[in-house]
Design a protein around this ligand. Sequence first.
Ligand SMILES: Nc1ncnc2c1ncn2[C@@H]1O[C@H](COP(=O)(O)OP(=O)(O)OP(=O)(O)O)[C@@H](O)[C@H]1O
Ligand SMILES: [Mg+2]
Length: 388
Amino acid sequence: MINPFSPKHPADPEYFVNREEIIQAFTKCLKRTAKIKPRKPDNIAILGDWGIGKTSVLMEFEYIAIELSEELNAFAAFIELTPSTSTDFTQFAVRTRDEVERSFRVSDMSLLAKLKKELIPNWRLKTIDLGVVTIERRYSEKSMITSFEDSLRELWNILEKNGIEVAILMLDDLHYLAQKFPDGLYDIRGIFQRLPRDDCNFMLAITGYPLLFEKAREFAEPFTRFFDRYMLDLFDRKETETAILKPIQKSNLKISLDDDVIGRIYELTRGHPYFIYFIMQDLVDSKQEGKINLEFFQEHYHKIARHLAREKFSDDLASVSEAEKRILMEMAELPETFSPSDVKIKNIRRYLKDLVENKAVVVKVERGRYSLYHPLFKEYLLQAGHRI
Ligand SMILES: Nc1ncnc2c1ncn2[C@@H]1O[C@H](COP(=O)(O)OP(=O)(O)OP(=O)(O)O)[C@@H](O)[C@H]1O
Ligand SMILES: [Mg+2]
């Protein structure tokens, strides 16, 4: 039996649910961008915290772009950023070039073969001529920004000659650049503003933690205005139900869930997609056929909670110091949202910023109000209090 719930991976487009407003907006922008001349591509930013579904949305964008082949010819490249490829513009440019080469899609199969075998490898060589190489191997006097921009012009020329009308570059986890090299955001905007003026039709779809735009506002304000921005929320009760039922139906699993079980999953997860998928993965593993009622769920939940502690919460604590652990334990005893002064620990404000921005275990809910990042984490801290 194949378990369709895998919380570690983004949703397969087959199981993708909800986010209708974002999907509609993207589809509209894509159609407009593909046809309009002079070129004026729309750029979209998807913001949201850890595990909320950013990568899943990007993959759905890619799927839509390819599916719309009756109406437009798109080239979609998926660029996954990492902390180490976001430390300066050279790293960013090299990574983007490599990822474009490795991970792109078009709908026409014969064009795909031609791009894979010949056109894109040739383009890669050309990017090296243009100077897109790692720092150690730089030989050109040209700035990396110019080299990178020229390489994208070159790419567009190849694509346009082969009937492509729009090239979507999907940059996943761009907050790393905001954290490590915020000036790069400014450069990105400059590049993708100049390219359409030369008729190169690149459209950006980016994702990041909300801090991406907070940093951008500090360091590169116009960057934020360059995008239509969407914030991913938790699923509501109905959306949670859809997220649970669609994969079951699509993969023909012979199980069903009582409505109060879905209600309980919603209460526990608050509609957080990662946690929904985590619980469902374990449930499906333990019951491969038949009806899951509340009794069965409650019996199994302890095991699921322990699994979650091992897989997720102990990772969260891995980078947290002993002093910070004590703070988190204090926070777990407080009501769900609290102000720093409620935490009876000296110099609490000194620790807070790091817990929010780098450790991502505390979230700021509004000015002066904080909470642990998820109620399940709070529950874990309370349960595991004497052990950690
Ligand atoms: N719209 C959706 N439809 C179905 N499943 C979803 C959806 N959004 C998220 N999920 C599920 O939630 C989990 C987390 O999603 P995803 O990896 O896309 O989040 P993310 O925001 O990119 O996370 P990270 O911050 O770790 O990069 C995955 O298991 C995915 O299957
Ligand atoms: Mg992701």
